[in-house]
Design a protein around this ligand. Sequence first.
Ligand SMILES: [Zn+2]
Length: 199
Amino acid sequence: MSYYPASIQNLIKHISRLPGIGEKTAERLALHILRGSRREAEQLANSILNIKDRVKLCNRCFALSDSDTCGLCSDPARDPLLLCVVEQPADMVAVERSGAFRGMYHILSGALSPMNGIGPEDIRIRELIARVEKDRVKEVVLATGTNVEGEATASYIAQILEKYHIQVTRIASGVPMGGDLKYVDQVTLKRALETRHAL
Ligand SMILES: [Zn+2]
């Protein structure tokens, strides 16, 4: 890349710092931007600055939002008595894409991980309890990950919520659609058998 002028080298350097982008791809993207119109380059630069200036966390569910309260929390069509607990904003997006959930969300911003020094005070469990108390939630769906941390987080929250006498459910995890049983790992298959249902 040293054959390019300093300005192009600089852009290649910054693009290649993005996750999953190697120097070859960064070079291709930089040259693509150079060939495009000034307007397109401005839109790209502005949209990057815009997310840094505008995006904050929703004051209710802690999702990424351009306003104090996110669109989902402000939507009167959503069921406020049904609360889905996820680890990260991207998990919420995944559940939304499934189209199978019409309630509200609570984003923990992490999962319990004693090995990495992440305890209950480090994720938004206190805020979750406050919501359960204040919003008179009827059901909490624990949709944290199905790895060790996600499972530990789900059982910790389930234990805390016991005294509120609300329904606490855990997402079922199992064999992926179109999956071949012999390629499914043991933990997943065990879980799929445990959460089997009648046909
Ligand atoms: Zn929200």
